[in-house]
Design a protein around this ligand. Structure first.
Ligand code: UD1
Length: 283
């Protein structure tokens, strides 16, 4: 909207909040399900670029309900691609996940790392990537899949399937202890939402780069260190508790993000040191 374009949002508001979308004369909001071809047809009319973020997100959720996970992530994506093709959309930027790699074979993880899904979510993201890339090939569509590592930041929702940073922050604000799963020495590559937005825009604006790219900070932090940073940022005095390791968790994660830099000049700007206080302030 800031760039002066018209934006249509298709969302079923199953996560996130409608109130995040401030009214704007050039903003159209279509409420509906990405699996509904009629809604997709409406939303896709006159569209040049699609940012496909609709998903059932998360490993734990997919273990609890694998059918819904694949229905949304695989069939929803396929329907979206069909609508995009039929409406002559120029570019699709699709959101994938680092979960596709499973347990890492070596650090850092490049895009050519083997794919070894450990959860239905990881499998569904691999399937949606493959559909997207097949469409790029078959129908000469410009399609980019972005494999996000652990995204966090302002407006991130907090629910039972939420991610670690919103969970820790909300518990600490409520004066409750936080729980680390396993020994806390597992690592993650946290990428701030502002960097993810920048990556989406850069990928959309660059033509001829159909393919799959890691979107990450390129830095690694243990969950123990993250927990300490969160306690310090909130100023809490709550104890850090430990619980058994979570099913489907990978041990380590760290991205090589050179491919995105080379293809569309993506360079992450927001480290955890700046990003956590920004999130806490918003919350
Ligand atoms: C995974 C994917 C990520 C994907 C996300 C979707 C990997 C490396 N990352 O994130 O790309 O977008 O799913 O949801 O596969 N934890 C605690 N205590 C808590 C909550 C979590 O210790 O209360 C720990 C988890 O055990 C894990 C880490 O924090 O080690 C991060 O967990 P979470 O935020 O759920 O994300 P991932 O499952 O790593």
């Amino acid at each position: 909207l800031q760039a002066g374009t018209t934006v249509t949002v298709l969302d079923d508001f199953s996560s996130g909040h409608r109130s995040n979308l401030a009214p704007h004369p050039d903003l159209i909001v279509v409420e509906g399900d990405v699996r509904d071809p009629a809604i997709l047809d409406t939303a896709m009319t006159g569209i040049d670029t699609v940012f496909h973020l609709a998903a059932s997100a998360g490993n734990k959720r997919s273990i609890d309900d694998p059918l819904t996970d694949s229905d949304i992530n695989v069939m929803g994506t396929l329907r979206l691609l069909l609508a995009a093709r039929d409406k002559g959309v120029r570019k699709v930027v699709a959101s994938s996940s680092a979960a596709v790699y499973g347990e890492l074979q070596g650090l850092p993880i490049g895009e050519d790392h083997r794919l070894a899904p450990q959860t239905p979510y990881a499998s569904s993201k691999i399937a949606m990537e493959n559909h997207a890339l097949a469409f790029a090939d078959l129908f000469k569509m410009d399609v980019v899949c972005l494999r996000y590592f652990n995204v966090y930041g302002q407006r991130q929702r907090f629910d039972p399937y939420g991610n670690v940073i919103p969970i820790f922050a909300n518990r600490l604000f409520a004066g409750e202890p936080i729980t680390v799963f396993g020994d806390g020495e597992q690592t993650r590559d946290f990428v701030h939402v502002d960097d993810v937005v920048a990556a989406n825009l850069a990928a959309a604006r660059t033509t001829g780069i159909s393919g799959t790219y890691n979107i990450a900070s390129g830095t690694q932090v243990t969950v123990n260190v993250l927990a300490q940073m969160m306690v310090a940022a909130v100023g809490g005095r709550e104890p850090i508790l430990y619980a058994p390791e979570r099913a489907g968790d990978v041990r380590h994660s760290l991205a090589a993000s050179g491919a995105a830099r080379q293809a569309f000049n993506f360079a992450p700007q927001v480290g955890l040191g700046a990003g956590i206080p920004r999130y806490i302030k918003w919350l």
